[in-house]
Design a protein around this ligand. Structure first.
Ligand SMILES: NC(=O)c1ccc[n+]([C@@H]2O[C@H](COP(=O)([O-])OP(=O)(O)OC[C@H]3O[C@@H](n4cnc5c(N)ncnc54)[C@H](OP(=O)(O)O)[C@@H]3O)[C@@H](O)[C@H]2O)c1
Length: 252
């Protein structure tokens, strides 16, 4: 299997950022692309620019996922819709933000895969691309978001095992900082949002992520690109944090 062997793709979270860039890239490569998101106006603009088909849908609506995803013979699923509500901390997080992040990033992603797999297995063709994050692989002091992307990591690795012998490929994409609207949707407080957004580094672009996905899709059938991590050159992870407990007697 290579990109030229895939006919149809479905991209969730297609109205902005990484999803929109992937739709444009796959349409440009001649695939029939189904673009899924909640914002109708954004999807209409994308359709006008790329020729994709659009579906206004909240991925937290499991019935809608079953109806749409289950009715299309999808070769490539790009499981991309995601939010970073409560990204700054679990401590003090709004319970609704926790639910929104888990429901969108994890539960909906599971249902999307479940809905497309029967057709993929029956036809013997399929590629599931899950958009994870470096936050799902390394501690980044983000309990809610990290937990959601950690789930995507183990969804991806376990799917590889579950699908052994079917020929269906699974790829996990783990970006670091990508310049998108992600933080605008994640954080309401303008000062905190600006502090999170303005890193002073050159972030990677949605098009860089789309190119990484195309690399995985374009590999020959016997190559499963299992995981790609891509980060800005100016971003890294790790190091041991040293933080004294507040109020502790240092002589103890
Ligand atoms: N930006 C980064 O630094 C970064 C880094 C690592 C991983 N990621 C991951 O990359 C993916 C894409 O994020 P992005 O950076 O491109 O952010 P973005 O620009 O905010 O795009 C998020 C997309 O998800 C869609 N979405 C959110 N909730 C949805 C829902 N309930 N139903 C349907 N669609 C929904 C949004 O569309 P509507 O609002 O129109 O529904 C939008 O199209 C996410 O999974 C994110 O966690 C991002």
């Amino acid at each position: 299997m290579t990109l030229t062997d895939y006919d149809t793709a479905l991209v969730t979270g297609a109205s902005a950022g990484i999803g929109a860039a992937v739709v444009a890239d796959l349409c440009g490569r001649g695939l029939t692309v189904h673009a899924v998101a909640r914002r109708e106006d954004r999807l209409a603009e994308l359709a006008a620019a790329t020729g994709c088909s659009t579906h206004v849908l909240d991925v937290r609506d499991t019935e809608a996922i079953d109806d749409l995803f289950g009715s299309l013979d999808i070769d490539v699923l790009i499981n991309n819709a995601g939010v970073g509500r409560a990204i700054q901390s679990l401590v003090g997080a709004d319970p609704d933000d926790i639910d929104q992040t888990i429901d969108t990033n994890v539960t909906a992603a599971l249902h999307a895969v479940r809905a497309v797999l029967p057709s993929m297995i029956e036809r013997g063709v399929g590629h599931v691309v899950n958009i994870g994050s470096v936050a799902g692989l390394y501690p980044m002091s983000s309990g809610v978001y990290g937990a959601s992307k950690g789930a995507i990591h183990f969804l991806s690795t376990n799917l590889r095992l579950e699908l052994a012998g079917t020929g269906i490929r699974v790829t996990e994409i783990c970006p670091g900082r990508v310049r998108t609207e992600f933080y605008d949707a994640a954080i309401d407080d303008p000062d905190l949002r600006d502090a999170m957004k303005e890193t002073g580094i050159t972030e990677i672009t949605s098009e860089d992520v789309a190119a990484a996905i195309a690399y995985a899709l374009d590999a020959p059938w016997y190559v499963n690109v299992a995981r790609i991590e891509l980060q800005p050159t100016e971003q890294t992870y790790g190091g041991m944090q040293v933080t004294p407990i507040q109020g502790r007697d240092q002589d103890q």
